[in-house]
Design a protein around this ligand. Structure first.
Ligand SMILES: Nc1ccn([C@@H]2O[C@H](COP(=O)(O)OP(=O)(O)OP(=O)(O)O)[C@@H](O)[C@H]2O)c(=O)n1
Ligand SMILES: C[C@](O)(CO)[C@H](O)COP(=O)(O)O
Length: 381
């Protein structure tokens, strides 16, 4: 975890029973769009904050299984939402973050734009939370009859995450007598100023049974999918082998380059940087820097993969074509796919390495060098 992530904690409250949503399990453990609601919610915050999940004590085994692969601190909650929030804050107090984002587990569709707007507003306010202005007319009613209207001007629908300077919200919760609708009310009762940031219609709270289908539609269509391409060339020089996609291949000539000249791995690395709009290897590992002389290109590929994951992207697949007359790639392709898959943490069926000649045309046809072209797909759920 980066230092920056350590300074931000996401406190996800999940100790409710979800009685209004119904179903065989509390709503946070039910599946929507192929994953439990709580898993979607945790994954939204994982790239930018350390995670605390406040749960009902009866749900500990289920929560532990659900958190597999994610570093999550599990904390027992209380009978009321405010008590669950306070339990999470107290659990963080020993190693306090600078800011805490308090979020309903039942809002799994929250987007990075909403979260980042809250974080940004905390630079100049004690607290910040997303909301949407009320746009419908407002009535009062009784027994199915409209009894009056209310002015909607200045009214907002509150959402989460509600973000605060950690010490201030901890003190506010400790001092609060109870009965608050949310953490913004707790903060305001303590005299803190809370900025309104832009909420989103997508950031719904799963409350009733019909909300699962609405959330599924948003989660299924809301994926951020990115494509990147990479192209690289290295010329032949003296030598008795080449390194291609991490595999040493005996050959009568070597490839020249500042690093180990692994043209295939460079193309794949550039494809990942390209998908992130992060330039190419040269930007991150300048050839003028002598520490990269003869470097193992796996260093570059790992950097690109880590950068993608730190931004919340998973690499869905990569496809690389090596262009050369010789050496023949076929006998080595399986080993190349295995090595590349290991470096990227990808299953073998998500890595493709293939080759073509250029029909003896051009510099590859004259065997002056090897070219490689690659595509990478990145997905952020
Ligand atoms: N004692 C409680 C009550 C609620 N929550 C959490 O607060 C959020 C907002 O509450 P709500 O949507 O009302 O959830 P539930 O209390 O589970 O729902 P219901 O009122 O239908 O039982 C949810 O993420 C819920 O898990 C909590 O951590 N501890
Ligand atoms: C905090 C909250 O999400 C703001 O909209 C909401 O108040 C919590 O849910 P509840 O249904 O009011 O318990």
């Amino acid at each position: 975890m980066s230092d920056q992530n350590h300074k931000i904690a996401a406190l996800i409250v999940a100790a409710g029973r979800g009685t209004r949503a119904g179903g065989p399990l509390p709503k946070q453990w039910q599946e929507v769009a192929g994953k439990p609601v709580a898993r979607w919610t945790l994954e939204r915050f994982a790239p930018l904050a350390r995670l605390v999940l406040v749960i009902h004590p009866n749900d500990r085994d289920r929560a532990q299984a659900l958190c597999a692969g994610l570093p999550v601190l599990l904390v027992d909650g209380a009978a009321e939402r405010a008590g669950s929030v306070l339990a999470g804050l107290e659990a963080l107090a020993g190693d306090a973050p600078d800011i805490v984002l308090i979020h309903d587990v039942a809002r799994p569709c929250v987007g990075a734009t909403t979260i980042n707007a809250v974080i940004a507003a905390l630079a100049s306010h004690d607290g910040a939370a997303p909301a949407l202005p009320v746009t419908d007319a407002l009535w009062t009613g009784a027994d199915g009859i409209v009894t009056g209207t209310r002015d909607r001007a200045g009214l907002y629908r509150a959402q989460t995450p509600q973000g605060f300077r950690f010490d201030a919200i901890l003190a506010a919760h400790r001092a609060h007598p109870g009965g608050a609708a949310d953490d913004v009310q707790v903060a305001r009762d303590a005299g803190l100023t809370v900025a309104i940031t832009e909420g989103s219609e997508h950031n719904l709270k799963i409350t009733g049974p019909g909300d699962f289908a609405r959330a599924a539609r948003i989660l299924e269509t809301g994926m951020d999918i990115r494509l990147g391409n990479g192209f690289d060339v290295h010329r032949f020089g003296d030598g008795d082998h080449v390194v291609l996609c991490g595999v040493r291949v005996p050959h009568g000539r070597g490839l020249q380059g500042h690093s180990d000249a692994d043209v295939g791995m460079h193309a794949v690395t550039d494809a990942i940087y390209g998908a992130l709009a992060e330039g190419d290897i040269g930007r991150h590992f300048p050839p003028s820097d002598m520490q990269w002389k003869g470097a193992d290109s796996a260093i570059f590929l790992r950097h690109a993969v880590d950068l993608a994951r730190s931004r919340g992207y998973e690499i869905s697949n990569v496809d690389c074509t090596l262009i050369c007359e010789r050496p023949k790639i076929g006998p080595h392709a399986a080993a190349m796919m295995q090595v590349m898959g290991q470096i990227m943490g990808l299953a073998p069926d998500r890595v493709s390495i293939k080759a073509t000649t250029s029909e003896r045309l051009g510099f590859t046809g004259r065997e002056e060098g090897i070219a490689a072209i690659a595509t990478a797909t990145l997905v952020k759920p």
